[in-house]
Write a protein that binds this ligand. Structure first.
Ligand code: VAH
Length: 308
């Protein structure tokens, strides 16, 4: 049985629905601190869980015969900078609780997301390599980099089959984003449809690696279903699809909503974005387990506007 922790979040909702489609509704237990998300209601078992409570998590794993855990609960980059010590505590202790229970109970697999936020101003900006200078400057990035080190440690030392992806900014319409720096790329669609205008909190040429949620969910499943010998990275795989700037996504939206206008008002999130890569080299994911993105900017914008 699979346990999804953070099932009501931006990734959690879609991952839970997809896992239920593949493995069967009753085989995927959704959990979150918050009450059950509308889209999950009636689609399978749901439990209220605080992942920081290791004993509660351990009891839940045993009671529900859990054999795999997907840990998606985290404080993201923008929110993290407002409360660094809380973000560090939540992002690290939740992972350590899951890894230690996975070791103790001999779970089959664990999934934990990292992020391109592990890279900092001193990393190469273009086609950022899998192995390079990694000096994150946000607490979120620091916690994700430290988490990668713990994942590799639990794999090499205790044989825990934990797998991870460095997601780019993720864009989706089914559930709200959770306080990230890339959230502008989701807000812009809502504002374009409702107000026909959007004031972007990043400057027009802030070029960032991005991915449409269907691609991110498929990448996660494909990584988790890959045969163990194919996995050569036990920290976290670079994963890419496309890169764009606010100016470029606004122009693409304008093709569908001609009188849409965008203005720019950078805030504290500009500095976070400026420290991140512009594009990612994900050749290892492509070589090891056949990664290939499906959505580019035009295809994503069309699908987002159709579904919003
Ligand atoms: C954030 N959406 O903005 C997340 C992600 C690469 C960005 O990690 O914090």
């Amino acid at each position: 049985k699979i346990l999804v922790i953070g099932a009501c979040g931006q990734i959690g909702v879609e991952l839970t629905l997809t896992l239920r489609k593949i493995y069967g509704d009753t085989n995927v237990v959704a959990s979150d601190l918050r009450e059950e998300h509308e889209l999950l209601k009636g689609s399978g078992p749901y439990v209220s869980l605080d992942v920081m409570n290791k004993e509660m998590l351990h009891v839940l794993v045993i009671r529900h015969n859990i054999t795999q855990i997907y840990l998606l609960a985290a404080i993201l980059s923008a929110t993290g900078e407002k409360n660094p010590l809380l973000a560090w505590h939540i992002n690290m202790q939740s992972l350590l609780n899951v890894l230690d229970i996975a070791k103790e109970e001999g779970l089959d697999k664990v999934y934990w997301p990292s992020s391109i936020a592990v890279f900092g101003p001193n990393s190469p900006k273009e086609t950022t390599p899998q192995h390079t200078v990694i000096e994150p400057t946000t607490i979120y990035g620091i916690s994700k980099f430290a988490g990668e080190r713990w994942c590799e440690y639990y794999n090499h030392r205790y044989g825990v089959d934990v797998r991870s992806l460095r997601y780019p900014g993720l864009i989706s319409y089914k559930s709200a984003p959770g306080g990230g720096t890339t959230d502008y790329a989701i807000e812009i669609f809502h504002e374009a449809q409702e107000e026909k205008k959007y004031t972007c909190f990043l400057s027009e040429d802030t070029y960032l690696p991005m991915m449409y949620m269907p691609d991110a969910i498929r990448a996660t499943i494909e990584l988790m279903e890959a045969e163990q010998p194919k996995i050569s990275v036990r920290s976290s795989y670079n994963l890419g699809a496309m890169s764009f700037s606010p100016k470029e996504i606004a122009a693409e939206i304008k093709k569908h909503i001609p009188d849409f206008t965008i203005s720019y008002q950078s805030d504290y999130r500009q500095q976070i974005a400026d420290g991140w890569p512009k594009s990612i080299n994900d050749e290892l994911a492509r070589k090891d387990w056949g990664w290939k993105p499906d959505y580019d900017l035009p295809k994503m914008v069309t699908d987002m506007l159709k579904n919003l």
